[in-house]
Design a protein around this ligand. Structure first.
Ligand code: NDP
Length: 363
C-alpha cells in the first residue's frame, strides 16, 4: 500500500477517479469495487470484506459524486468515482459488490461481468426475472462467479434449522411459517416506500428473502402461491405489507408474512413436523441473533447455533467460490428463483388468483 494523499479532498468536484491509495494486489488477494454507496455496504459489507484478511476494497462507485467521496473518506477506500467504467478498467479489481437500488443491478452486473469481474449482487438480483436470467447466462459466458447476497442462508441459526430438518429431528415436515414483519428504520424510508421503478415495496425487499430461506430450509421450490398485499400508510405507491401461502412439491404448507410497519412484532421461523416443532424467534435478522427451540415428546429444549457474522460468512463463501471454482452460498439461480416466487406473490395479490411459479426461465 502506498500513502494516503490527504490533499485529494480539495480537488474540484468534477475531478473524480483520483487515487488516494495505490492498491497493489498479491496474487491471491481479492480486490473489490463497491458499486453503490449504500447503507448495507457501510453498515455490514465493508467490515465483512475486510474481515477476510487479505481482501481489500479499492473503489466505491456512486451516482452522486459528493456522496461517493464522503463515503470513500469515511470508510478509507482508495478510489471514489461516478464512472463505473473507471473501476471496471482497473485490472487490480477482480470482484464487485453491487448494492445500488434494485433497478440498477442488471446493467451494473452485466458491465462488470463483461469486464471479467466476479459479482456479488444484492437481492433482489434484478427488478425483472428476464434480466436475472440474462445475468446468469452472462456469468456463465464470462466464466465469472455470480453470487446473490441472500445472507440468511449464511446464518448459523438457519443452518442449524436446515440440519435439524434434513437430519430428521422433526420427522416429516408439515408446515413452515415465516414471520418477517419489521419496522422499517427511519433512515431507510426512501425509495423502498415510494419508488416502484427502483424496486420499492416489501415484496422485492423481504419476500425474496423468505423465498430463499424456505428454499434453503426445505430444499425444494414453491410451486404455486396465493397472496394478499396492502399499503397501510407507510408505502406510498408500493405495498408495505404482504401475506402469502405457498404450496411445495412435497405437500408442505408455507405461510409468509412481510411488512415494514410492525413496530413491536418479532421476526421468526416455525417449522412443524410429525415428530417435533422448531420455534425460532428473531432470526430473520442481519446480525447472528435470536433463539431456537425444539419442542417434541421429550419437552422443550434450546438449540445452540453458530454466532459467526452472517455477512462475513457470505463473503468468505463467495471468495472461496472464486478461488476454488465452487458455488457461492446463493447462486444467480437462487436469486432468480426467489425473484420468481416474489413475482408470483405480487401477481397473486394483484389478481386475487393462485399463481403457478414458472421456473421455465430459470437457468
Ligand atoms: P440505500 O438507500 O442506503 O442506498 C441505495 C443507494 O441510494 C446507494 O447505492 C446510493 O446510490 C443512494 N444513496 C444512499 N445514500 C445516499 C446519499 N446520502 N446521497 C446520495 N445517494 C445516496 O439502500 P440499502 O443499503 O438499504 O439497499 C441497497 C441494496 O441492498 C438494495 O438492493 C437492497 O435490496 C439490498 N439490501 C440487502 C440486504 C441484505 O441483507 N442482503 C439488507 C439491506 C439492503 P448510488 O448507487 O448511486 O451510490
Amino acid at each position: 500500500m502506498k500513502k494516503i494523499i490527504d490533499s485529494i479532498w480539495n480537488v474540484p468536484v468534477h475531478v473524480w477517479n483520483v487515487p488516494l491509495i495505490m492498491v497493489e494486489n498479491g496474487e491471491n488477494e481479492m480486490n473489490w469495487a463497491l458499486i453503490g454507496a449504500s447503507t448495507i455496504a457501510g453498515q455490514y459489507m465493508i467490515d465483512a470484506i475486510r474481515a477476510q484478511g487479505e481482501s481489500q476494497i479499492g473503489w466505491v462507485v456512486s451516482g452522486n459524486a459528493e456522496h461517493a467521496f464522503a463515503f470513500a473518506k469515511k470508510h478509507d477506500i482508495a478510489m471514489a468515482s461516478t464512472e463505473l467504467g473507471a473501476a471496471l478498467a482497473d485490472s487490480a479489481v477482480n470482484a464487485v459488490y453491487i448494492s445500488s437500488t434494485n433497478e440498477k443491478h442488471f446493467e451494473q452486473a452485466m458491465a462488470a461481468m463483461s469486464a471479467g469481474k466476479h459479482v456479488l449482487c444484492e437481492k433482489p438480483l434484478s427488478t425483472s426475472t428476464a434480466e436475472a436470467g440474462k445475468m446468469i447466462l452472462a456469468a456463465r459466458n464470462s466464466g465469472v462467479v455470480l453470487g446473490v447476497n441472500h445472507h440468511l442462508r449464511c446464518a448459523g441459526s438457519h443452518r442449524a434449522i436446515h440440519d435439524m430438518i434434513s437430519g430428521g429431528r422433526i420427522g416429516r415436515v408439515l408446515s413452515v411459517r415465516v414471520f418477517h414483519a419489521v419496522h422499517l428504520p427511519e433512515h431507510l424510508r426512501g425509495w423502498r416506500l415510494d419508488n416502484p421503478d427502483a424496486g420499492g415495496g416489501v415484496i422485492p425487499d423481504l419476500t425474496v428473502h423468505n423465498a430463499d430461506t424456505v428454499r434453503f430450509l426445505l430444499g425444494e421450490d414453491p410451486q404455486s402461491v396465493t397472496a394478499e398485499m396492502a399499503a397501510t400508510g407507510m408505502g406510498k405507491g408500493v405495498e408495505d405489507s404482504a401475506m402469502s401461502i405457498w404450496t411445495m412439491p412435497s405437500g408442505v404448507m408455507v405461510f409468509s408474512h412481510d411488512s415494514f410497519n410492525h413496530p413491536h412484532a418479532a421476526s421468526g421461523v416455525e417449522v412443524h413436523g410429525t415428530e417435533g416443532s422448531i420455534l425460532a424467534q428473531g432470526i430473520m435478522a442481519q446480525d447472528p441473533l435470536g433463539r431456537i427451540e425444539l419442542v417434541n415428546a421429550d419437552g422443550r429444549s434450546e438449540v445452540p447455533f453458530d454466532k459467526a457474522g452472517i455477512y462475513e460468512t457470505a463473503v468468505r463463501e463467495f471468495e472461496t467460490a472464486v478461488a476454488r471454482g465452487a458455488k457461492p452460498a446463493a447462486t444467480g439461480t437462487d436469486g432468480l428463483k426467489s425473484l420468481l416466487v416474489a413475482e408470483a406473490v405480487r401477481k397473486a395479490a394483484e389478481t386475487g388468483r393462485r399463481q403457478t411459479v414458472n421456473y421455465g426461465v430459470a437457468v
